[in-house]
Design a protein around this ligand. Sequence first.
Ligand code: ADP
Ligand code: MG
Length: 386
Amino acid sequence: MTRPLDAKELAARFEGVFGAAPDGVWQAPGRVNLIGEHTDYNEGFVLPFAIDRTARVAVRVRPDSAIRMLSTFGNQGLTTADARSLDRATARGWTKYPLGVIWALQQRGLNIPGLDLLLDSDVPRGAGLSSSHAIECAVISALNELTAASLGAEDMVLATQRAENDFVGAPTGIMDQSASLRATAGHAVFLDCRDQSVRLVPFDADSAGLVLLVIDTRVSHSHADGGYAARRESCELGAEVLGVRALRDVGLEDLEEASGLLDAETFRRVRHVVTENDRVLQAVELLDTAGPGAIGPLLDASHASMRDDFEISCAELDLAVEAARTAGAIGARMTGGGFGGSAIALTPAGSAQRVRTAVERAFAEAGYAAPGIFSVRPAAGARRLA
Ligand code: ADP
Ligand code: MG
């Protein structure tokens, strides 16, 4: 991958393309979910952090309603649209995300002018690191300032969710953009998905002598969409039978009784959500008191729960986790929706190379395609660069 452009370089490129300097340059990161999987739509807890891979946009407001967009990747030319007549049916590729944000702001009654926009991003796409929200959060940060919309973080979170759900057509929640918009460096974002409240929890892996490796299995199983929908249905069924608004309202102490009320499969799905919520709370407490070196067993337990109870892992993810653990990671788990995507491994800095090599070797021996392995740091959330 080519080096990401910094603010100055992006502004210079913008001027070359559009013939005038941008009004500003904004940046927003991708994210990794440290723990708390499939808890978001159960109104539970998640603990993502923003990563040091970002989308950056240079933007200039235009006097008319024309929208002109270009990215540094791919070789498609300028994409044009009109702010007065946005059409989700014809929006293509990455431009769906900026257009979706503009549309969502219009739905809030805001008057969005035409604009010129140049995007650069080094968030790997489709690896479960939310490259799409990085774009949306950079764009909404820019528009929030340039149009004096004065939205708070919570409104921007909801507007980007609206953009993804109703313009792009992806049934996503609030975790990714909450991390991208609200994170600070060296911290994870403890998010309560019921009321959107956030607390920043210290997660300074560097200082603890740890590296967080992302292992992109490059697997995307065809049943991912159907599997996701089926898991949501199981959770809804579980909540209904147990007589609660959401599985968030079921505690560990309720599980024994629940096992008598639910069919075996639904019970295992419920048990994952209930124990996973508890693991998030434990992880937060450990990060507050003991630091990142203490959460390894929770990552392992989270993976086992997703593999055995929620049944959303796959052979490649299990192998990545197992090989990383055997080679010295202190904890590892699949992250994201499941059925492929990425695993994370929390690893002593001195063992990181060994873990990488071990996972690569294990994949080669199993006859799998080579995984993509890279380290990420807990980084700052969206901000203006220039
Ligand atoms: P994720 O958000 O997990 O990375 P999505 O499918 O939600 O996966 O979003 C990926 C989409 O975002 C791509 O299909 C593409 O349209 C767009 N995109 C994001 N970053 C880039 C990039 N650097 N290059 C090309 N397209 C990108
Ligand atoms: Mg996405």
